[in-house]
Design a protein around this ligand. Structure first.
Ligand SMILES: O=C(O)CCC(=O)C(=O)O
Length: 256
């Protein structure tokens, strides 16, 4: 991993953190299962990582997600540089009524919230102080560790400007890689090029502005990881009435 700044408020943390760091309410005390939060900082990158749910609660939620979440059926097409592909994972969106979200050439209409998603969303809000009206869920299956998400930025114009994205993970711990936008292609810029995190069971990664302006992220294939993983990215989507002249969809060529 290249050099980057990680602030550890209280002692080292290998795979997560639990301090809300401030006046935000906290439901569980930091303990063996809730190590301190990590602030991940680099030029143009600002993220907070912590363990949001202790193991027992994360296990229970993961089981409920596996039972209750209904993924989009059939082949979901993905447009990369003008060519259509099948996405290498399962996916679905839930959210407030009337919202829609378009990326890689496909528009998604969210299903209505279900209790397990409301529970996670409320906990994220308690922990971060931010509210969210939409969640994108990705499930990476057990078959061979090859399910993944390609390099992209969460920079769709339907997102409320400057609002953070809260990424909550359950199941297998997978590598999550940030790569500086300026380092793409030839003739890279100065500073750290990549930051690799391991997103643990029950963890929360809060990606704050301007991270998604300057850094791409991906979840690369990992052949050795055969257990399933479910990731939920809570977002704030602009209602259609407030979008003005927004052209839906991210830049083609960013795989999502
Ligand atoms: O599964 C992950 O951790 C990444 C998901 C992601 O990048 C996305 O939903 O935009």
């Amino acid at each position: 991993m290249d050099a980057f700044v990680v602030k550890l408020p209280r002692g080292p943390a290998e795979d997560g953190g639990g301090s809300s760091g401030g006046k935000r309410p906290r439901l569980e005390k930091p303990g063996p299962e809730r190590p301190p939060a990590r602030e991940i900082r680099a030029e143009g990158l600002s993220c907070d990582y912590r363990i949001l749910f202790g193991k027992a609660e994360a296990d229970e939620i993961f089981q409920e997600l596996e039972k209750e979440v209904e993924y989009f059926e059939g082949i979901i097409p993905l447009q990369v540089f003008g060519t259509w592909h099948k996405i290498p994972r399962k996916k679905v969106t839930y959210g407030d009524p009337g919202l829609s979200y378009t990326y890689s050439g496909v528009t998604f209409h969210p299903k209505p919230w279900i209790p397990v998603l409301t529970r996670i969303r409320e906990r994220v809000t308690l922990e971060t102080g931010h509210t969210f009206n939409f969640v994108l869920i990705n499930r990476y299956s057990t078959k061979d560790g090859l399910d993944h998400i390609g390099e992209h930025r969460d920079d769709e114009k339907e997102l409320v400007p400057l609002s953070p994205i809260a990424s909550v993970s359950f199941g297998a711990c997978r590598d999550f890689v940030f790569r500086r936008r300026e380092q793409r292609g030839r003739g890279g810029a100065r500073g750290p090029a990549r930051i690799c995190l391991q997103l643990a069971h029950g963890s929360l990664l809060l990606m704050k502005h301007p991270t998604n302006v300057h850094w791409y992220h991906s979840l690369p294939p990992r052949r050795r990881v055969l257990a399933p993983r479910v990731n939920l990215t809570f977002r704030n989507v602009l209602p259609v009435s407030k979008r003005g002249n927004v052209q839906p969809g991210g830049p083609l060529g960013s795989e999502k």
